[in-house]
Design a protein around this ligand. Structure first.
Ligand code: PAF
Length: 289
């Protein structure tokens, strides 16, 4: 496995591999079984998988969240090598955002205004900007993103279509713990006690989904079920819980099958997100990882 630390090295690797179908898995490191599922998906999509590891400062609306983001580069490189990754791109912040940098990419409208976009101003502008940079630098034929960050996936799909980018996007599965909690690099920041509270996110979503299946279609009532499940735990603060139409993120006061019910909550200060598609299967644990 090659570890590429500059854009020049990365471009040279791309030239050396110009016969290969290069598949990019962009990450911010702190790799876990969820990332491994994305790497496996990438290996099905092509023959040279590149993982990028870059904690992108401009997608953090809260500086302390950036400062606390887990950094585990040495372990991540071992994980990638063991998983059969061809190359890891670990760019330096100064090269991605040199002094005087002032160009950003922004998908506008409800897709970025709602849910995490509403709660974290500038977050998706930061994501779209860095993803466009990575796609330009690496020029993969395919890029794999995790379904766990569904809003991010939809925004990147929009950007790729709107800017006619020559890349195909592939979406990898969410990997869940036995109690339904989706794997996330942020879970590493949860104490044992907070970890137990965090399972209220998927539980609340499952309860709302069960109520929807039983005929409750008032979005406000579904959202209340999520709040009820979360707010019994001291130290849990709901950032948002909302039902939107998946196609255009418009408000859905009366829920329909296929609508997105999404939640973000701070569990003892750690921000976690989860979602469910109403009427779909529950958030039972995945067999991955
Ligand atoms: O999902 C992530 O880890 C990040 O948002 C991404 C796509 C790597 C961009 O920094």
């Amino acid at each position: 496995m090659e570890t590429l630390r500059s854009i020049a090295e990365c471009r040279q690797w791309r030239l050396d591999n110009n016969q290969a179908t290069v598949v990019l898995v962009p990450t911010m490191g702190a790799l876990h079984a969820g990332h491994l599922a994305l790497i496996r998906k990438a290996q099905e999509e092509g023959d040279a998988v590149m993982v990028s590891i870059f904690v992108n400062p401009i997608q953090f609306d809260d500086p302390s969240d950036f400062d606390d983001y887990p950094l585990t580069l040495d372990e991540d490189l071992i994980t990638c090598a063991q998983a059969g990754v061809a190359a890891v791109f670990v760019p330096q912040r100064e090269e991605i955002y040199p002094n005087g940098y002032c160009t950003f990419t922004e998908v506008v409208g409800p897709l970025t205004d709602k849910l995490c976009g509403g709660a974290r101003p500038g977050h998706f502008r930061g994501v779209a900007t860095v993803v466009l940079k990575l796609l330009n630098i690496i020029q993969p034929q395919v890029a794999v993103f995790g379904e766990k960050d569904l809003q991010q996936v939809l925004i990147i799909q929009r950007m790729v279509a709107d800017l006619h980018l020559p890349v195909r996007l592939s979406v990898g599965p969410t990997v869940r713990e036995a109690d339904g909690l989706p794997l996330s690099s942020r879970n590493a920041r949860l104490s044992q006690e907070s970890r137990a509270k965090a399972a209220a996110l998927p539980r609340g979503l499952d309860k709302a989904n069960a109520a929807f299946r039983d005929g409750q279609s008032l979005s406000m009532s579904l959202v209340e079920l999520v709040y009820e499940e979360l707010l019994v735990h001291p130290g849990v603060e709901v950032d948002y819980a909302d039902v939107v139409r998946l196609a255009d993120f418009s408000e859905a006061s009366t829920a329909q099958a296929g609508d997105l019910l999404a939640v973000a909550a701070f569990v003892d200060g750690v921000r976690l997100i989860d979602h469910i598609l109403l009427g779909g299967p529950g958030l039972s644990p995945s067999k991955e990882g």
